[in-house]
Design a protein around this ligand. Sequence first.
Ligand code: H76
Length: 477
Amino acid sequence: MKLSEKNIGLTFLMILFLSFANAQDKEQVKLVHGSHRVGKRTDEVMQKWRGYGLGQFIHWGLYAIPGGEWNGKQYDGAAEWIRSWNGIPKSTYDSLIYKFNPVNFNPEEWAGIAKNMGAKYVTITTKHHDGFCLWPSKYTSYTVAKSPWKKDVIGPLVDAYNKAGIDVILYFSIMDWNHPGWRYDIKTKSDSIAFEGFKKFTRNQLIELLTRYPTAKGLWFDGTWDKSWVKQAEFADELETEMRKLHPGLIIGSRFRADEFGKRHFDSNHVLMGDYEQGWERKLPNKIEDVHGNDWDCVMTVPENQWGYNKAWKGHIKTSNELIEMTAKAVSLGGNFVLNFGPKGDGSIRDEEKKLAAEIGNWMKVNNEAIYNCEYAGLEKQDWGYFTKKTGADKIHMIVCNIPVSGAYQVKLPAGTGISKAYLLTQPDERLNVEEIQSNAYFVHYKNTGADKPFVLVIETSSKVKGSGNSYEKAKT
Ligand code: H76
């Protein structure tokens, strides 16, 4: 190659590089109300959140009284949405407030069920879309205070769960079907006036909640998808700042506010809004790339899509083994798994949920080492199940959900790492045989004797002395 040719080549490369860099630059949108942080939070409150592993969701409100049924007819949607059905007049629904008298409500029992299941945090509906407040809010009369029950529900729940060592997150729906100022969109001057009133009301209620229940760790927002709210980037940003100032450490997910271009969850520069990704509702990510290095939790229903109490659970009802596997999968991908409960109108918890909680709890009592304070292990997924790594330790759990008939569990480790010990979590003194089968690939041998639940193998890793072990030649192809 002649020198001039080489120069042309270099110049060409430079232009290519510059135009690429420029294109990247252009993609960056100037944002005032975008995300205010890149990367994960590192403070203690968030670190604790990250270590929860398993949580509980509670959906409770007036909708629990009809339980998905009105005048003998079944509503097809989610029970907590029954007010939106034209099979029931709105005012009739709103009158359910006069029937809210949950004589079997026992916050200690609820907290006991959650604790026994192994939940480390609970998210409780303070107000769902219907607008009914489970605390005696000063800003509306549509609350427990005006029901025959008369008393606060949130306070006793926060106390009972906290006493059981469970952290509380307050669920709050921005969308409020009962408030006269709520709009789906703002099209006229009168919409705008009404919505301004609604915004003040929303702000007051949120400050009220944080003031009344200062031990709450975070807010779980819902009903934030309508255009009216999506247009409130500046207001929501300021409100978030105000709430964080009032409540240092407060955890808020990615559903609260949109940026000034109406982008939700991720801002116009693809940066996560809020402290964790809140989009994993009734679905789990499949691989680590799906979570983009962010914190996240998955909220899950027992039937396909029923959150509030529904008398007639239809379709597939998840089993405890499926839910345990989902928990394992969530933790293996760096997230938390949150299982929903929909207590009945009288305050009791249905038997099916109690049974699931007990079964999950029995499993957690034996295997929680593989769930609490664990994270993504950084290893290639294997067919037998899920890896989780104890944060800050060289200990890796293998949560086995598909037992290999061979009894050989494949593990691939990064170069320079070896397995120093392998054992069944419940039998730490009995070493399992580890066989190196290729460079950095191993079989842990364990002949299973017919487990009917997931179980956990543990491997302890250490750096491998160079030159030890076999050398494997790659195929020339
Ligand atoms: C749609 C919707 C709502 N988001 C879930 C967490 C439930 O509250 C459901 O009603």
